[in-house]
Design a protein around this ligand. Structure first.
Ligand SMILES: [Zn+2]
Ligand SMILES: [Zn+2]
Length: 255
């Protein structure tokens, strides 16, 4: 494996280790490209609300400063890209763009953890039998894909729909088709795979196979050690073979 674009830092509040340790672990793992994509801050309309799962807006400066320094320090060993993982929340995007303006941002990935704003919508990863949650998720992710803002979609199969299987297939087929149309690979999320979460979901990979999607391995590292999870990565690669998904690896930003 040459590249991983899904890496967090301790600033999000649920990851551990120093930035430098992530870089050194990536080099040890043999990666040639390391993309940082910590949970992007939002400027929330509710000023009294503080998220406990993402950077605070005030941490953006330190994030770029630290990663830019590491980029230079390790330029002979590894290529570092600086990005964020974010939900696609159209009404909050202008403020997000304003916040990130002027920083050397290389890319964004979309991880639709919430249907809307974090404090007044549902976490899509919980079990949901309601068709509206599934449809809302798929509509929003497709919107995001078509916006052209994102390198790829993190754990596209995060939505944990427990209702009608036929409806799941219809909706998620729409998502697979939108990914294919935009030439965006399906992420095989190694953290979810290693922790036995609902993603990567075999029922989703079946649809990706049918649609002819490509795939990308995303480690979703929340600790430096997770970058060295060779067994998890091998399992992810085996899933791609099993479902006939062509694996995309290397520099996705140099198109
Ligand atoms: Zn996280
Ligand atoms: Zn992530």
């Amino acid at each position: 494996m040459l590249a991983n674009y899904h890496t967090h830092t301790k600033r999000c509040g649920h990851a551990s280790g120093e930035d430098k340790e992530y870089v050194e672990a990536a080099i040890q793992a043999g990666l040639k490209i390391l993309g940082f994509s910590d949970h992007c801050p939002w400027i929330f309309p509710r000023k009294d609300y503080v998220s406990n799962m993402r950077l605070a807006p005030s941490e953006v400066d330190g994030y770029f400063y630290s990663l830019e320094s590491l980029k230079k320090e390790y330029e002979r060993d590894i290529k570092i890209y600086i990005g964020f993982e974010t939900e696609h929340c159209p009404e909050l995007l202008p403020a997000q763009d304003e916040l990130l303006k002027g920083y050397p941002l290389d890319y964004m990935i979309m991880g639709q953890h919430f249907l809307g704003t974090e404090y007044d919508s549902v976490y899509t990863g919980w079990k949901h039998p309601e068709p509206e949650v599934l449809k809302g998720y798929v509509d929003t992710v497709i919107d995001g894909i078509r916006s052209g803002r994102y390198l790829y979609v993190a754990h596209p199969d995060l939505v944990n729909f427990t209702g009608d299987g036929q409806l799941y297939r219809e909706e998620m087929r729409r998502l697979c088709a939108a990914l294919k149309e935009a030439d965006i690979p399906v992420e095989i999320n190694i953290l979810g795979l290693s922790e036995g979460r609902q993603y990567p979901a075999k029922r989703f990979l079946e649809l990706a196979k049918e649609t002819g999607n490509k795939a990308v391995i995303g480690i979703d590292a929340h600790s430096p050690a997770q970058l060295l999870n060779a067994e998890g990565i091998a399992r992810g690669q085996a899933l791609c073979r099993e479902y006939g998904l062509e694996l995309v690896d290397g520099d996705l930003l140099e198109k």
